[in-house]
Ligand binder design. Structure first.
Ligand code: ZN
Length: 425
């Protein structure tokens, strides 16, 4: 097995075991603990030592890990990615009985997904429940590891226009079928059983649908991978593995994975929150620095925001910019935007290219076509809170925000190596 397939196999396993942001953060925390990182709690006083490795979570859906070098520190080397992906969220009182025969679930959209791939494929449910057990509050992860639900299309005989482009109504067209008549009232019982509690002990839930199809390899030489949630667990995994495997020199290395990028980042645990700035300040205080020390260090710091990028589409090459054309397995994509929706500028791009060259990994460039608006990402949102030199990068992929996305087998290895080079400076 090549170094590329080995890295991608581990990535696909991580994504399969991370059907929601809560699972992704729990699995990243597990990886960090195995690598000797100590957990800090935001509610406790931070004790941080030179040479130490730590992590902290917020809302169980965002995580920040950091490594303090033994030497004098010049600043922070930070990478950022996101833990959430577009999907369906289950509402309160989820069961809908239809025709006295079907039980459907009442769901709403989380983020901007492509709807149609979610239909006619096995789905299941995962997330977290908040329970009161023997007068104690507990949060439990739940993942119903079985083919449980399906969102059936209407037959072509009843919708002759379906292949002319269909707009799905989120309330009426996209409700997943859960069970047949006699199972009414059983859904929350099933969730309780999955969480190892009683249904009446569940006081709150954040539950999401996920596609049951696990990721795998494609092409005669396994040169591509497909998986749900490549945006942005591909980057979250690559950045965190890079952090774990690097030896810090003159910078405190930080990797932060934020929740809620897909809905605009404006939550207490999103990139538009104080999660990063609170933690940088507290690390500085714990190392006996003051506000002046922190401001000076931030002025000499750097942020790599990594969120997946659009590769040139094989059937729609005209959608890509004429001179900046990223391809799968072409390496790290450096993203540019004239109005700086991507934070990249000449200085930060130059540094990123140098880290890629030192790591001996390829890089490529992305602009939106000048007549397409494109999306936004974490970089410019988080630098509004912690203002430092930043570059927006990503790994090339196809079908972003579909429930199965496609990428190149080599690129997660490329990201890990580039991050190791950044973190070892
Ligand atoms: Zn993303």
């Amino acid at each position: 097995m090549s170094k590329y397939t080995d890295s991608s196999k581990k990535l696909l396993k991580f994504i399969e075991e991370s059907p929601t942001c809560f699972h992704a953060v729990a699995n990243l925390a597990e990886m960090l603990k195995k690598a000797g990182f100590c957990e800090l709690k935001e509610t406790d006083k931070y004790k941080v030592a030179k040479g130490g490795k730590y992590f902290v979570t917020r809302n169980d859906s965002s995580i920040l890990a950091f490594v303090v070098p033994k030497t004098k520190v010049q600043g922070y080397h930070i990478s950022a990615a996101h833990s959430d992906s577009p999907c369906f969220k289950i509402k309160e009182n989820p069961e809908i009985v239809a025709e006295n025969h079907y039980i459907k679930l009442n769901v709403e959209k989380y983020g901007g997904m492509i709807d149609s791939p979610w239909l006619d494929r096995p789905l299941s449910v995962a997330g977290r429940v908040v329970c009161k057990v023997k007068n104690k509050w507990l949060t439990k992860l739940v993942n119903i590891k079985k083919d449980l639900l399906i969102i059936p299309n209407l037959a072509i005989h009843m919708d002759r226009e379906i292949n002319k482009g269909k707009e799905y109504n989120a309330q009426t067209d996209l409700a997943p079928l859960y069970a047949l008549g006699s199972e009414a009232g059983s859904f929350m019982e099933l969730i309780a059983k999955g969480a190892g509690v009683k249904a009446e002990e569940i006081y709150g839930h954040d539950l999401f649908l996920y596609p049951r199809t696990a990721g795998g390899f494609l092409g005669p030489n396994d040169e591509m991978i497909y998986s749900p949630r490549l945006d942005d667990l591909h980057s979250a995994y690559g950045c965190m593995v890079g952090l774990i495997n690097a030896e810090p020199k003159d910078y405190i290395n930080v990797c932060v994975v934020f929740d809620n990028e897909e809905i605009g980042s404006g939550t207490k645990q999103g990139a538009d929150s104080t999660f990063l700035e609170d933690n940088l300040r507290r690390i500085e205080i714990a190392l006996e620095g003051d506000a002046e020390d922190l401001t000076r260090k931030i002025a000499g710091s750097f942020l790599i925001s990594s969120d997946n990028a659009h590769a040139v589409h094989p059937n729609h090459p005209e959608k890509a910019d004429p001179t900046n054309r990223p391809f799968l397995n072409g390496g790290i994509v450096i993203k540019y935007h004239g109005s700086l929706k991507y934070a990249t500028d000449a200085v930060s791009a130059a540094k990123m290219k140098d880290w890629c060259k030192k790591a001996k990994v390829p890089f490529q460039t992305y602009h939106n076509r000048s007549d397409l608006p494109g999306g936004s990402t974490l970089g410019n949102i988080s630098t509004a809170h912690v203002s430092i030199d930043s570059v927006d990068i990503g790994l090339p992929q196809l079908a972003m925000h579909s429930c199965l996305e496609t990428a190149g087998t080599e690129d997660v290895y490329n990201l890990i190596e580039a991050m190791k080079s950044f973190y070892s400076e």
